[in-house]
Design a protein around this ligand. Sequence first.
Ligand SMILES: [Cu+2]
Length: 605
Amino acid sequence: MSSHEHALPPSLSVRPSRRTFVKGLAMGGVAAGLGLWKGEAWAQTAARAAPVLSGTEFDLTIGEQLVNFTGSPRVAHTVNASLPAPTLRWREGDTVTLRVSNRLPRDHASIHWHGILLPANMDGVPGLSFNGIGPGESYVYRFHVRQAGTYWYHSHSAFQEQIGLYGPLIIEPREPEPFHYDREHVVMLTDWTDEKPERVFAKLKKQAHYYNFNRRTVGDFLRDVREHGFGDTMADRAAWGRMRMTPTDLADVSGHTYTYLMNGTAPAGNWTGLFRPGERVRLRFINGSAMTYFDVRIPGLKMTVVAADGQHVHPVTVDEFRIAVAETLDVIVEPAGQDPLTIFAQSLDRTGYARGTLAVREGLEAPVPDLDPRPLLTMADMGHGEHQVMPVEPGAAPDPHAGHTMPADAAGAPPAVDPHAGHDMSSMNGGMPAHPPSEDGNPLVDMQTMMPAPRLEDPGIGLRGNGRKVLTYADLRSVFADPDGRDPGRTIELHLTGHMERFAWSFDGIKFSSAEPVQLTYGERLRIVLVNDTMMGHPIHLHGMWSDLEDDDGNFLVRKHTVDMPPGTKRGYRVTADALGRWAYHCHLLFHMEAGMFREVRVEE
Ligand SMILES: [Cu+2]
């Protein structure tokens, strides 16, 4: 028995057979149309670039398509039989018309244009923007393009985004850009699973640790005792035990089921982007994953970040960046010689990677780095720098040095924090935040952060002090001043909440199904403050309007459409409610959104 098996709970005696990272097939990808699939003669085709469609009129057909990334054919949902969907190229200032036809036999479908400013009925969210596109039906999207940059599009129906319905969206600017480049490549990073996403979700609901095989073992424990002493190790373990999670809970779904794709190509397939030595190459990174944060670097090459979420930023040169789900980053690289270079995108939990190669011709490859050591989430990650960790005893005063505590124990223990003490705690403990009353005694909430901070300059767990210059949000500065200019007229604070074991995710402990819309007044400038009370990162996306991230002092920092919220952080951003209608506001981790971390934002006169 391997050490992994010792650590698995008995309920997991039936496990996926592939316990190592799935590198996929060299020639995997879109295999054949359904006509061929029904016969016997389907064949793998070589990894290929998704087609590029440009202009102002687009016909997009959603259908089923056979793909094969691991040796087992599976049905994906695709646009124009392509995975990723075709790269769309628009021009700022044009009016685009997109006829989207749904050829799925049974399911409704939709396309949402991520990060795009448009009328609410063009946003593609079933239930808010429209009713979705029924099987055999089509929907015509038409709107004026008011921005430029790197974006993407994806289904907003059920779990279609996990099974292939996503593609890059590039908008050419009207004005020249503040940097120069000779060629460009889209680098779209996604996660693929051979399991049906409905089944993945059901397993997470039943056993949230299902895909987390990285349990610590007795051997690890003894090593901790050697290194840190018995008392500290015990205290640390007791604290983790009370949280009902393990320090390796970095991702809900891991490389044990996921194959990580670069432009629809598994690592073994080695997607390749060509360059000539000395060229300046623009790479448009898009994280189109359902659930995976990627840490990206190109060993031997510096990357100069020039845009984030499609919007220009002051250039900043880095060795590595973390890209949250739904974010985009544009970088310029200058490969000087003939040597191939690996684009290495490891998952945050270090259970796998996507990779590809920059090369002067097809067929070359460079060494692929080992995965970094798996980071351990410590209590100190949760908003406080001290390595002092104390378990919170029922009824005891909360420890201000512990990052998180539990508001209520679902197993029946008394709450660790007095549910009525929010304001008193603030005065008692200085930095202690007030939590919304809806979190108190809430069976959907098992943690609260005690010392939240913006931590904009923190590279994040697993990237600190790794010897490389890692991009942080503090490095991202828009090239323009606050485009609105008004001070926010009011502040809305929302807490990101969850219960790890129940796989329950929500805002303020209230799931979407029982929540009232967030009401905004047309034209107002307001501030949204998010506090992450959970131990996972959540990329939060507001549709239809920009999220203008503020720095530690509340000044405008950078314009984004998706704001990542690492565990224990508190971050503020400004929103101009300049788009009437009903808009989605949610965590972009697909299974978190589905579990309830979603709100309607309603902008009314
Ligand atoms: Cu989330």
